[in-house]
Design a protein around this ligand. Sequence first.
Ligand code: PHE
Length: 357
Amino acid sequence: MDDLKAKYLGQIAEAADEAAIEAIRLAAVGKKGEVALKMRELGKMTPEERQTAGPALNELKDEINSALAAKKAALADAALDERLRSEWLDVTLPARNRRQGTLHPISQAREELTAIFAEMGFSVAEGPRIDTDWYNFDALNIPGHHPARAEMDTFYMHRAEGDNRPPHVLRTHTSPVQIRSMEKMGAPLRVICPGGVYRADYDQTHTPMFHQVEGLALDRDISMANLKWTLEEFVKAFFEVDDVELRFRASHFPFTEPSAEVDIRCSWEGGQLKIGEGDDWLEILGSGMVHPKVIAAGGIDPDVYQGFAFGIGIDRLAMLKYGIPDLRAFFDSDLRWLRHYGFAALDMPNLHGGLSR
Ligand code: PHE
């Protein structure tokens, strides 16, 4: 028995890991281990022999078990010490220099144009991007059969069979906010409504989601001349120049009469987009005198109030101002591009401080 004890205690002292401990346990005190075999031999002994051998074997078993437990605990302690040593952190090191986020050029353009219109006395209104087809079309004098509905490449929200709620669309323009603003605020009224809009369209100057800012001014004596002045002043302030060449084209929208589209002179040479030079024109907005039916749909008396409305493409303005030739780059989420074109987040644009400095 002394031999057994010496053998196993020796092995335990040498064991290097938990697997070795377990192997020793099985060999020594497991069900088929050496000590168990010896216990089975007790039956063949004389009662006197048994009286000394039995307790001695039990004692041996206990001794081996506690040696195993002690060794196991020691190994766990050593493993923890080793981990603490290797995973050591110097919490006194200075923090890593993090780059601050920047404003996306479209957010910047939106801030800038909001500042300009705010100085002209326009307040900001917002509406939902998912809207009913009544706000997006009917109230704007675009009835169900009107070709403008098809032309707009509208995204319709799916409706389950038997769902009778009014149809919803991803708004195709910010013009529905004209109606919502009239309903909420009445006349006289001067608002701009910036926000995201959606159309199924995709190329260098079209993306399925883009941004517009709607403008609406209603009063007793507003005319087309006020519209033209407002747009010219806006464009000069936005591009931070004394003069910009604009082209007013007679056009047609169901919700304005008369209507005009406005283009800005530009060039696309060598993959570079430049404003104010060249032989190309980029359309940036639609506008006109608000149709009496639209004023009535907004709950206002068209015999008393009249006014102008416009819808400007914010993304196109940003392309022109910052020389970005492909609209799709705005939405690629390329970090290098965003760092290059991003604006300091805390510089709020205003007219006296310089819009984009
Ligand atoms: N809603 C028009 C469009 O998206 C633009 C527009 C707005 C035209 C207001 C006239 C008046 O194309």
